[in-house]
Design a protein around this ligand. Structure first.
Ligand code: NAP
Length: 253
């Protein structure tokens, strides 16, 4: 971390679902590189704690409660950002839900609706609200998953919603060009609260590590580094792409 640059000086970044895990590390990385970061999640106390942690690292940060499927809270997130910082340069859409381990055909309709709503639709609606404030040279990054390429049985429909983000990346890259680049990161397995049901089981954890070429799980910092690259001007000729960050786990040719 000591060697990181300042690629986001003067930039304003919104990261959804960013009070812990991958989202928090992305906010931290963008902030350490000079961005003013707007973090959010469903619970006020989580927002407050994360704001304090980032401030302690010298980061300029605003915290706003935002459940991504709540229209009013999404609007408030954009309004508060623009009121405080006047513009938006970067949006990282990171929120996701994985409410069930049922197979697709056994999933309740309410579960299918929730997966679509949080993992895909909310990202689109947030961008609709943000679009008028996005600057020339702005950048959007979606957080998908290695599961997008080969949805695992225990989280098949979740995987399919992550596949949808790969298509959304392509479609919005075309729609938002040339002023805004749209890219995507597909993380491998990272031991966060979200993945606890997988990575806390020793046998499962070992099996996943063996599927990687690098013999380890990912870290939240690995995902933050890739996201920061795509969001930065270092990637100024890259749009509509998905970067797989999964230690060499099988994804595609
Ligand atoms: P995490 O550590 O469990 O963190 C989840 C964060 O999201 C928390 O800050 C939580 O705070 C917030 N959150 C949850 N639901 C939300 C909602 N509806 N609206 C707004 N905020 C919400 O999760 P993570 O592992 O970092 O996952 C982040 C992203 O990475 C997800 O898109 C996930 O699909 C993707 N991913 C993760 C892995 C992995 O192995 N961990 C692998 C591939 C992809 P509150 O509780 O306060 O809301």
């Amino acid at each position: 971390m000591e060697k990181i640059g300042k690629r986001f000086q003067g930039k304003v970044a919104i990261v959804t679902a960013s009070t812990q895990g991958i989202g928090f590390s992305i906010a931290e990385r963008l902030g350490l590189e000079g961005a003013s970061v707007v973090i959010s999640s469903r619970k006020q106390n989580n927002v407050d704690e994360a704001v304090e942690k980032l401030k302690a690292r010298g980061i300029e940060v605003l915290g706003v409660v935002c459940h991504v499927s709540n229209a009013q809270q999404r609007k408030n997130l954009i309004d508060k950002t623009v009121q405080k910082y006047g513009k938006i340069d970067l949006i990282v859409s990171n929120a996701a839900a994985n409410p069930s381990v049922d197979t697709i055909l056994e999933s309740k309709e309410s579960v299918l609706d929730k997966l679509w709503e949080i993992n895909v639709k909310a990202s689109i609606l947030l961008l609709k609200d943000a679009a008028p404030h996005l600057q020339k040279g702005s950048s959007v990054v979606f957080i998908s998953s290695i599961s997008a390429y080969q949805p695992p049985a225990s989280m098949a429909m979740y995987g399919v919603t992550k596949t949808a983000l790969l298509g959304l990346t392509k479609a919005l890259a075309a729609e938002m060009a040339p002023n805004t680049r749209v890219n995507c990161v597909a993380p491998g397995f990272v031991p966060t609260h979200f993945a606890e049901f997988i990575t806390s089981n020793d046998a499962v954890r070992k099996a996943i590590e063996e599927q990687t070429l690098l013999n380890r799980l990912g870290t939240t910092e690995d995902m933050a580094a890739a996201t920061a690259f795509l969001a930065s001007d270092d990637a100024s000729y890259i749009t509509g792409e998905t970067l797989v960050v999964a230690g060499g786990m099988p994804s595609r040719l």
